[in-house]
Write a protein that binds this ligand. Structure first.
Ligand code: FPP
Length: 276
């Protein structure tokens, strides 16, 4: 049953999380605040083995589970995973149904565990054209885990960055029409605050597997100063070692955010490490 807002008091004990009983959170040195992942290559992984594409997606779900565990262990604050893009509706109906089924499986099987590990689940993307049972599950996942602080797992599902930016522009236009804001007040901060990711720091690092080197409509606004790591492995083979190697590569990068290392006018010294 979907949980209604405010139902936390009625949770059975095994569903409750008390983060004070978990080991203290410790973001390891050089680990960024926010990592985005484009989980690409499930189909090719399966094809190489003569397996149906769904098998690649199933193994991809396993890789996602390990990625979440690693993110918790290294002390990441935010992990955003691209699990279904708006353009993915163009796939064969059976594959779309399989991906919807996997999302349901992920939430039904893993939600309790994620909650007990202190993971807060947030879903970004459009909900209106999703089936009611999926909408209810997404709502349940967000509602149950709302107060958790160990790791925020942002699931980009039915997500498209252009559509997200257009929706924010539309919302701002309506506020102008309603007289709540002036058109001249619209700036980066106001627009960011109307994106699905409002309040979430921009990704420091985006990892894409399978050798492709493009963003594919993922977090385009938010990735203005993001570092990218492109890996040749297909997503089902992405494991803890590949993740930590990508984090090590990130920590060796120098980030200047358009400024000059060691000098910055706004009082922050740019050192290449991540500011929250
Ligand atoms: C891209 O690989 C991957 C996807 C479109 C789906 C990603 C889904 C998972 C990792 C499983 C977990 C799913 C959910 C919903 C939580 P591709 O199929 O485009 O691979 P290809 O480019 O080799 O064909």
């Amino acid at each position: 049953m979907p949980r209604a807002a405010g139902d936390q008091d009625m949770m059975i004990p095994s569903m409750m999380t008390d983060e004070t009983t978990l080991p203290a959170k410790n973001r390891l040195s050089g680990v960024p605040v926010h990592v985005g992942v484009i989980m690409d290559g499930n189909g090719r992984w399966a094809a190489k083995r003569g397996l149906p594409r769904i098998e690649g997606h199933r193994r991809g779900l396993e890789a996602l589970r390990e990625t979440v565990r690693t993110a918790i262990d290294v002390g990441l604050d935010y992990l955003t995973v691209y699990s279904f893009s708006m353009e993915n509706w163009n796939r064969p109906v059976e594959e779309v149904a399989d991906l919807m089924g996997l999302l349901k499986r992920f939430i039904r099987n893993d939600l309790n565990e994620l909650h007990k590990s202190g993971v807060k689940v947030k879903v970004i993307g459009a909900r209106d054209n999703l089936k009611a049972d999926i909408r209810a599950l997404l709502h349940e996942a967000e509602d149950l885990t709302r107060a958790n602080t160990r790791l925020t797992l942002i699931v980009a599902f039915n997500y498209g960055s252009r559509q997200e930016i257009a929706a924010a522009a539309r919302a701002l236009a309506l506020e102008v029409v309603a007289g709540r804001i002036k058109a001249t007040e619209i700036d980066e901060t106001l627009l960011s605050g109307h994106l699905d990711t409002a309040g979430i720091p921009d990704p420091d690092l985006i990892i894409r597997t399978s050798g492709e080197q493009r963003l594919s409509n993922f977090l385009m606004w938010q990735a203005a100063y993001t570092e990218f790591v492109f890996l040749p492995v297909h997503w089902p083979d992405f494991d803890r070692q590949a993740f930590t190697a990508a984090l090590a590569e990130f920590s060796a990068r120098e980030r200047r955010f358009g400024g000059v290392t060691g000098q910055c006018r706004n009082g922050k010294v740019l050192t290449g490490t991540t500011q929250k």
